[in-house]
Design a protein around this ligand. Structure first.
Ligand SMILES: *Cc1c(COP(=O)(O)O)cnc(C)c1O
Length: 423
């Protein structure tokens, strides 16, 4: 923590991520007096920079990476009676988005080595009601998109890639995550590679999808187009009692201009920010050399992992007699950051069970979700069940080499400590 004379705010260890034009662009927004909150100028600049970096025709900003998933599913036409296939191992919000769209989430199992959705299980779980697939590029690694797109094509399914944890990662053919399916969905919540505090952004090459996603997130204003979200074009036509504004259903998922300003500055730094995470991941990999009881997320040949976190399968319980918790404790004693556990499988979260059992969104308020009652009847993801308790996520948000080395050395020491105890 360091105070500076000019800046009365306390800088934390994470503030290194905002070293670019963030303040300058926020200042521009404030200096404009917000013009009109619907002018969307900074959002448009941010979108152009983002779609430019990813090489897509359109980018659409949003207020979160949960909203973006909802927008994508709505744009696909997903609704009641439909099913959407997603991995069991991901954040619960992926399941929320499906339910919010009125459809049923169907959970596919994951590969125990890549930790990602298993295409073979996707195919097994397709029914006549399946409308879309939501592969999640977990921990920074792109799913097996070759197989997934083959399945999608064969069964005519829409694909939304959840890239909240994967910026500039590629599959084994070198394609960027988010540019392979119909839509790529990103979150810029605080923990992600690039951050606007909270926020989200969608990319696509489809004009139809871009316009639907933007309209759905922009309250259905009829002036909204795929390219931009400007609502008030000409005051004189707008200010007329006969003027009709809305031709589509939608919510307010707009990203504030101030957040878009930070987003623009973050995109300018995106390669640097991703490289930092890959740099510490390389150090963790070095620390794991020769260790057969901590297995890193498998990166298929030709793929690039963007390492949102450095995820491993911990087998120390079986192979060293050391529990998950005791390894974490020892790692921290050696100066390591807290290791993160994997979230519970989506369908094991109490709310997802409540929806299944009671058809309720809130305990004590029955019937609100009665159409989803029993939706978990056939759920079966044995590999994910086995894998989830073994996952450890090491942090990758260190800004300087000294902090990275501290983590690498803590990992080395913890491994050596338990190896020596064992032999
Ligand atoms: C963070 C995250 C989300 C949700 O993003 P928010 O911006 O927090 O709503 C969705 N999916 C995955 C995989 C995430 O990591």
């Amino acid at each position: 923590m360091a105070h500076t004379k000019k800046n009365r705010f306390v800088k934390t260890s994470n503030s290194w991520r905002f070293r670019g034009n963030e303040v300058k662009y926020v200042r521009e927004v404030l200096n404009s007096g917000f013009g009109s909150s619907t002018s969307g100028n900074m959002n448009q600049r941010y979108e152009r920079a983002f779609s430019g970096r990813f090489g897509t025709k359109y980018a659409v900003t949003s207020n979160s990476g949960t909203s973006t998933l909802h927008q994508a599913l709505m744009a696909f036409g997903v609704g009641p009676g439909d099913e959407v296939i997603l991995p069991a191992l991901t954040v619960v919000m992926c399941g929320y988005a499906v339910i919010h769209a009125g459809a049923r989430p169907v959970f596919a199992d994951v590969d125990p080595d890549t930790f990602l959705i298993d295409p073979k299980d996707i195919e097994r779980k397709i029914t006549s009601r399946t409308k879309a697939i939501m592969p999640v590029h977990l921990y920074g690694q792109v799913c097996d998109m070759r197989s997934i797109m083959k399945i999608a094509k064969k069964h005519r399914l829409a694909v939304v890639e959840d890239c909240a944890q994967c910026y500039l990662g590629t599959d084994d053919t070198g394609r960027l995550g988010g540019t392979i399916g119909d839509v790529g969905s990103f979150s810029t919540e605080n923990s992600k590679h690039i951050s606007t505090g909270d926020g989200g952004i969608l990319i696509t090459n489809s004009e139809v999808l871009a316009e639907r996603m933007r309209k759905f997130g922009g309250m259905g204003f009829k002036n909204i187009r795929a390219q931009n979200g400007q609502v008030r074009k000409n005051k004189d036509t707008f200010q007329d009692p006969k003027y009709l504004r809305h031709d589509t259903f939608g919510y307010n998922y707009r990203l504030p201009e101030v957040a878009a300003a930070i987003g623009l500055a973050q995109v300018e730094q995106i390669d640097f920010l991703v490289r930092k995470r890959q740099q510490i991941a390389a150090k963790y990999l070095k620390a794991l050399k020769g260790c057969d009881w901590i297995i890193p997320q498998r990166v298929p040949k030709g793929s690039i992992n963007s390492y949102y976190t450095f995820a491993v399968r911990y087998e120390g319980e079986k192979k060293r007699g050391v529990s998950w918790y005791n390894f974490r404790k020892k790692f921290m004693e050696f100066g390591g950051d807290g290791i993160y556990a994997a979230w519970a499988l989506v369908y094991n979260e109490p709310i997802m069970q409540l929806i299944n059992k009671k058809g309720a969104f809130f305990p004590g308020l029955p019937n609100q979700a009665r159409q989803f009652k029993g939706y978990l009847k056939r759920v079966s993801c044995p590999k994910a069940e086995k894998l989830q308790p073994l996952i450890m996520q090491f942090t990758t948000n260190q800004g300087i080499e000294k902090d990275m080395d501290l983590q690498m050395n803590a990992l080395k020491k913890a491994i050596r400590f338990f190896d020596e105890q064992y032999t």
